[in-house]
Ligand binder design. Structure first.
Ligand SMILES: *[C@@H]1O[C@H](CO)[C@@H](O)[C@H](O)[C@H]1NC(C)=O
Ligand SMILES: *[C@@H]1O[C@H](CO)[C@@H](O)[C@H](O)[C@H]1NC(C)=O
Ligand SMILES: *[C@@H]1O[C@H](CO)[C@@H](O)[C@H](O)[C@H]1NC(C)=O
Ligand SMILES: *[C@@H]1O[C@H](CO)[C@@H](O)[C@H](O)[C@H]1NC(C)=O
Ligand SMILES: *[C@@H]1O[C@H](CO)[C@@H](O)[C@H](O)[C@H]1NC(C)=O
Ligand SMILES: *[C@@H]1O[C@H](CO)[C@@H](O)[C@H](O)[C@H]1NC(C)=O
Length: 464
């Protein structure tokens, strides 16, 4: 269980944040930006990109563990913070990044923005502050803890280390009371990530332009990353934890700005210079979408969904006809359910959902051209798109149990794979399990996570 959760933690990443402490604002860039690393090999073809998205997503999906969380948000909000956010297609990944400034004075990083991660962390050299001599993070941009006056390690004897952070895999060893609380994420294949928990200051820029310091944000100072997850994190300096866990960036921002955040995802193939924002506070990432144009549905927080953002679905229709999907597929307490994730690119449907959706869509796509073999990609159903006409595709609608309906654009699930080749953009996930609405499906929409009222708002938008 723990091993799976660890994997999840590291791979639950879709959007990157560059934290720019003491600087100006949080800018969201694609995870594989050259700014992140020169070593990263950008996948050349769409197929290669999708294979890479899928590889990451699968590792992540296996980790959707069920943990319990309490709800705690401050209601007053003086302002909002806005961080530019853009798609990573130019860099060959399905994630988004934000510039984040960490420490005092600020050190800048690019972190993956991830609603499925509990902990904000970055590659880090702790040094004397943690009593370590060297990390093994060669040739990486790292956070230098001993150059930051606001870096405060969490003592291993504290309740925080022993009880609260046990959920984030804190170690129990405690040679002296003030020894920093350490974590050791062990992976199935023997790889691991080792580091220390600390409170640190993250600097942000308010929507009105003023700077603000968020103090005592829990961060992970990751000193050593080895094995499989290393390749998973090529390019990124770390993760901005946007999950619903007790110590996430989201929860910290909620204490300052109120328990709302929103993002508007530009088309996932947009160039990197096309930005939108992730906003914490009561402003919306898309100012054009006034609240009256938003549809709302319940967010299911805590309980069976742990730190993830669950939604109650009741069905999927294609061309106005509800598919025959057993209701158990949507019921989290019976092993099903669905979450909305910024950290997963593709959309995963458990078998009782995947079968009906793909067979119905196939009836339509097969009219346009001959079926083609998947050719090694993550998708099972592909076709020759020479005669494809998007306007002839029936609408696919995702129905929430309160009656709200999400209708993604056709391009979000009939995906371009290669010249003359398109595929149904759904990945089969085993049952029982959680279906995941990934970020490609969320593109061209504003999504507002209202933690105070436990509801999710959404509206179509170009996000430009
Ligand atoms: C870290 O911050 C939390 C609040 O977010 C606080 O309860 C805790 O005492 C702080 N610990 C240290 C060592 O600063
Ligand atoms: C989160 O915090 C709440 C309130 O302090 C606590 O009851 C709950 O057990 C915590 N959850 C975890 C997983 O630590
Ligand atoms: C973004 O870059 C493209 C070229 O890659 C350029 O044509 C376009 O004008 C740029 N857009 C903006 C808003 O800078
Ligand atoms: C959503 O699901 C949860 C858990 O099954 C249930 O308690 C809640 O009433 C549901 N909400 C709606 C609007 O159906
Ligand atoms: C899920 O199943 C349980 C047990 O059968 C049932 O009590 C509950 O109402 C179901 N939840 C939803 C949202 O249908
Ligand atoms: C798709 O169909 C067109 C026209 O029938 C054909 O010329 C082309 O080679 C096909 N492409 C693929 C990838 O099969």
């Amino acid at each position: 269980m723990i091993n799976f959760s660890l994997f999840f933690f590291f791979f639950a990443i879709n959007y990157g944040l560059i934290i720019d402490v003491g600087a100006t604002r949080l800018e969201l860039l694609h995870r594989n930006s050259p700014k992140l690393s020169e070593k990263w090999q950008i996948p050349e073809t769409t197929m290669e990109k999708l294979i890479e998205f899928h590889r990451r997503d699968v590792l992540r999906h296996r980790m959707v563990s069920h943990r319990r969380m309490g709800i705690e948000t401050a209601s007053s909000s003086a302002s909002s913070i806005a961080m530019p956010m853009n798609a990573g297609a130019d860099y060959g990944v399905g994630e988004y990044f934000v510039h984040v400034t960490v420490g005092t004075p600020g050190q800048r990083f690019m972190l993956v923005a991830d609603t499925g991660s509990d902990l904000t962390w970055m590659h880090c050299r702790c040094g004397r502050r943690c009593g370590t001599h060297k990390g093994r993070l060669n040739n990486r941009r790292v956070f230098h803890a001993d150059r930051s006056s606001s870096f405060k390690t969490i003592p291993c004897l504290s309740e925080m280390c022993k009880v609260e952070l046990a959920n984030l895999f804190s170690l129990s060893k405690c040679p002296t009371p003030l020894t920093p609380c350490a974590y050791d994420y062990r992976y199935l294949e023997g790889s691991s990530a080792i580091g220390f928990f600390a409170n640190e200051t993250i600097s942000v820029r308010l929507a009105n332009g003023k700077k603000r310091k968020l103090r005592d944000v829990l961060v992970g100072c990751t000193e050593s990353v080895q094995g499989a997850e290393e390749s998973g994190f090529k390019g990124a300096d770390g993760v901005l934890g946007l999950g619903f866990g007790n110590h996430t960036f989201t929860r910290k921002a909620a204490q300052y700005f109120g328990g709302k955040f929103s993002y508007c995802l530009v088309d996932h193939l947009s160039p990197k210079n096309l930005s939108n924002y992730i906003i914490f506070g009561h402003d919306k990432a898309d100012k054009a979408s006034c609240s009256s144009s938003l549809q709302h549905t319940d967010l299911v927080l805590g309980g069976d969904y742990g730190p993830f953002y669950g939604v109650n679905l009741s069905g999927i229709s294609i061309g106005g006809v509800l598919l025959r999907i057993p209701s158990v597929a949507w019921n989290a307490s019976l092993g099903g359910g669905a979450i909305l994730e910024s950290g997963t690119s593709l959309t995963f449907l458990t078998d009782p959902v995947y079968g009906p959706v793909t067979s119905e869509l196939n009836k339509f796509t097969s009219r346009f051209g001959t079926l083609l073999p998947p050719g090694g990609g993550p998708f099972e159903f592909c076709f020759n798109s020479t005669g494809y006409d998007e306007s002839k595709m029936p609408p696919l609608r995702i129905h929430f149990s309160n009656g709200a309906i999400f209708e993604p654009p056709v391009k979000s699930y009939i995906l371009d794979i290669a010249p003359e080749k398109k595929c149904l953009g759904f990945v089969s996930a085993s049952w029982p399990g959680t279906s995941i609405i990934g970020n490609i499906m969320q593109q061209n929409h504003l999504w507002e996570f209202d933690l105070e009222n436990t509801r999710l708002g959404f509206a179509p938008s170009t996000c430009t």
